[in-house]
Write a protein that binds this ligand. Structure first.
Ligand SMILES: [Zn+2]
Length: 368
């Protein structure tokens, strides 16, 4: 099969389009023909060797996979996911997968057996692996994944839509409905409304009855955030944009910030926060070490919550909401597999409105 391999780290790194052996599934695994795979900031970190995780090269990147099952591993007794009697119907009777099934793949591959996985908190798996980082991902015609990472695509959700929403969208879903809570009427600030997480966060917060404010560095990005449902959008180039947020909320501040940038932006988020407000964060693209003033933090009884990846339930909810039309993808552009390096360059340039996708296979009729 054809695959893009990262062969040397850098900014840009070195990618090669190579013919590699088709992946073979073990028991409890399937081979998915990748129809569409989203590009994420995580991929840039992989490219630049910016992850605090050892990575072996060559590596096929790509964690936001939607495709069709083409091969199911022989179901011997070994390797079959453990029957789970935990809440929900996870693995109940081990879903039967067959060639032709349309699926999304959960990118944080979890073990299914540790104390966290057993209670449905796969985002905290003790033996988790990131698809496309610690194992080969979806910038290839095919990928092998464990069946426990599969979620069936609901009717009406096509491959590009899934690949534009399942990683960043389920990250936002985890932040807004799992790690933090939103009450109707709350003010929610979604940082970076044109980004993958930000564009989903605006829509999810809106659905939950919040009044949403977002940020954007260009006119086009701000217009997109507004189109997605933000009531106000502030220009993040303005040094004192938190003052605008105070003004829009009548000095109240926002009750929740959905943050994924870090660096200087995080400090500004605290300046926007109402008393008793919460910041939930899932990323640090602008910097991981940040100054932190404890005084206003405890005096205003703020909460600061970390969020990582998603649980299975978050991914299922993301796809269900998408099928119901409550969540829509924002797709910037679609690249063929041999243009993957150009796709990385575009994401790095930050001139994107929504998601960049790679289609390793020529799009067939995606409506089925
Ligand atoms: Zn686990």
């Amino acid at each position: 099969m054809k695959a893009i391999q990262l062969v040397a780290h850098g900014a840009p790194g070195t990618f090669e389009l190579r013919d590699v052996p088709d992946p073979q599934p073990d028991a409890g695994e399937v081979v998915v023909q990748v129809q569409s795979c989203g590009l994420n900031h995580l991929d840039l970190w992989l490219e630049e060797a910016g992850l605090p995780i050892p990575v072996k090269l060559p590596r096929i990147p790509g964690g936001e996979i939607a495709g069709k099952i083409v091969q199911v591993g022989e179901s011997g007794s070994a390797g079959v996911p453990p029957a789970s009697s935990e809440p929900g119907q996870r693995d109940a009777g081990a879903p039967k997968w067959k060639p032709g099934d349309a699926v999304a793949v959960q990118s944080n591959i979890f073990c299914g057996e540790c104390e966290f996985c057993r209670r449905g908190e796969e985002s905290m798996c003790l033996r988790g692996e990131i698809l496309g980082v610690q194992r080969d991902g979806g910038f290839a015609e095919k990928v092998v994944v464990p069946t426990r990472a599969l979620v069936r695509l609901p009717a009406g959700v096509d491959f590009d839509t899934s690949a534009a929403l399942t990683l960043a969208g389920s990250t936002a879903m985890h932040m807004l409905t799992n790690r933090a809570q939103v009450k109707p009427g709350d003010w929610v600030l979604a940082i970076g409304g044109a980004s993958g997480v930000g564009s989903a966060a605006i829509q999810i917060a809106k659905q939950l009855g919040a009044r949403v404010i977002s940020t954007g560095s260009t006119e086009a990005k701000r217009a997109l955030a507004q189109h997605l449902g933000a009531e106000f959008v502030v220009d993040s180039n303005k040094p004192n944009w938190p003052a605008d947020i105070r003004k829009y909320t009548n000095k109240h501040g926002v009750d929740l910030v959905v943050e994924h940038v870090g660096g200087d932006v995080l400090g500004k988020c605290f300046d926007c926060l109402a008393r008793g407000g919460t910041i939930v964060t899932c990323g640090a693209t602008a910097g991981r070490d940040v100054p932190f003033n404890l005084w206003p933090f405890f005096v205003k009884q703020h909460r600061f919550i970390g969020s990582y990846g998603r649980d299975r339930v978050d991914l299922e909810k993301t796809l269900a909401w998408t099928a119901e039309g409550k969540l829509k993808p924002v797709i910037d552009s679609v690249f063929p597999l041999d243009q993957t390096a150009a796709a990385f360059a575009k994401l790095r340039s930050r001139h994107c409105l929504g998601k960049i996708l790679i289609e390793p296979f020529e799009p067939e009729s995606e409506s089925d």
